[in-house]
Design a protein around this ligand. Structure first.
Ligand code: FES
Length: 317
């Protein structure tokens, strides 16, 4: 993939666990245009190994002098967010991908319901700019744990006014998906981003209420998980490699010098899909892309997040 070289122009501590980073182009030029809901993948050199993490662009698509991303520090993750919080300073240089949008507002919607949980608010910040510009009807529903976790609340109130609704769990305010979705007019689309249980509950409610699948949108990037090491044979490149326990299969393929395709690196977009030629064990699927039938069929794997429990898996790459 082609890359952009950016420099960190500013860092703001937004909440105890969330930092906001402003990037400008290293050569001083404008950055490429993007639409609300886009993300970029940051390449972070952590102890000599490149970690690639996707983050939503939350700055205004109307101003490409800079990009903004926010990162929640996840102590239990593989280190990318901790590195961003502790090692990245103003002036640090980072390579990022061009923006990709897997979570755009439908042009066919009559009304849009945006539902965010916690740090899942980030893609909506740029979407709101697009929605305000399009003069399209929308509501934003933002749920978070306690007042100190309500990142960007003031900014959202300024941007959305009465169209913003907040649910603070510690104050007993619960977002009732059924109540919200059951009163919407025909032609409404719903978008959800947040913790997995919340996203799944919202999707289940929309399906229960008979919402068409095409009207239900979610951004559910899964972080790669550590697991047992296993061997991979790339049949077309004739390369054999080992996936160590703390590395994803995609990262191991890249480290072997093979340019594998990807967009989200979170098991959501389908771009990295590989055909499985053989596997002398089982595939451990972690993606949200393959159907259950495809997962049980054992003929496909999304190497950005999924692993294998086997001696060797052979894939067509
Ligand atoms: S890169 Fe998107 S599913 Fe793997």
């Amino acid at each position: 993939m082609s890359h952009l070289n950016v420099k960190v122009a500013a860092i703001e501590q937004v909440t105890e666990h969330v930092k906001h980073f402003t990037f400008i182009s290293e050569n001083g030029e404008k950055l490429p245009a993007f639409s609300g809901g886009s993300h970029v993948v940051l390449a972070l050199n952590i102890n000599g190994r490149i970690h690639r993490n996707p983050y939503s662009l939350m700055s205004s698509p109307l101003n490409t002098e800079h990009y903004g991303v926010s990162v929640r520090k996840q102590e239990m993750s593989r280190g990318g967010s901790v590195f961003m919080h502790e090692q990245i300073k103003v002036g640090s240089r980072i390579q990022i991908t061009y923006p990709v949008n897997l979570f755009s507002i439908s042009k066919l919607s009559h009304k849009n319901i945006l539902i965010a949980g916690g740090i899942g608010i980030t893609p909506f910040l740029s979407q709101i700019v697009d929605l305000n510009r399009m003069d399209t009807e929308y509501e934003l529903h933002y749920a978070y744990r306690s007042p100190e976790h309500g990142a960007f609340r003031q900014q959202i109130e300024d941007m959305c006014g009465e169209r913003s609704h907040f649910y603070v769990a510690s104050d007993g305010q619960i977002l009732d998906f059924y109540a919200l979705l059951s009163k919407q007019p025909l032609g409404t689309h719903v978008y959800v981003c947040g913790p997995e249980p919340m996203v799944n509950a919202m999707i289940a409610a929309a399906r229960d209420l008979g919402w068409p699948e095409k009207h239900i949108h979610n951004e559910q990037f899964t972080a790669p998980q550590a697991g047992e090491s296993f061997k991979v044979k790339l049949a077309l490149s004739n390369i054999e490699l080992e996936v160590p326990s703390e590395m994803s299969m995609l990262e191991a393929i890249e480290e072997a010098g093979v340019d594998a395709p990807y967009l989200c690196r979170g098991g959501a977009c389908g771009r990295c899909e590989l055909d499985v030629v053989s596997c002398d064990g089982s595939i451990v699927h972690h993606d949200n892309y393959l159907t259950n039938a495809e997962k049980t069929g054992g003929k496909k794997i999304m190497p950005c997040v999924s692993r294998a429990k086997c001696q060797q898996i052979v894939v067509n790459l």
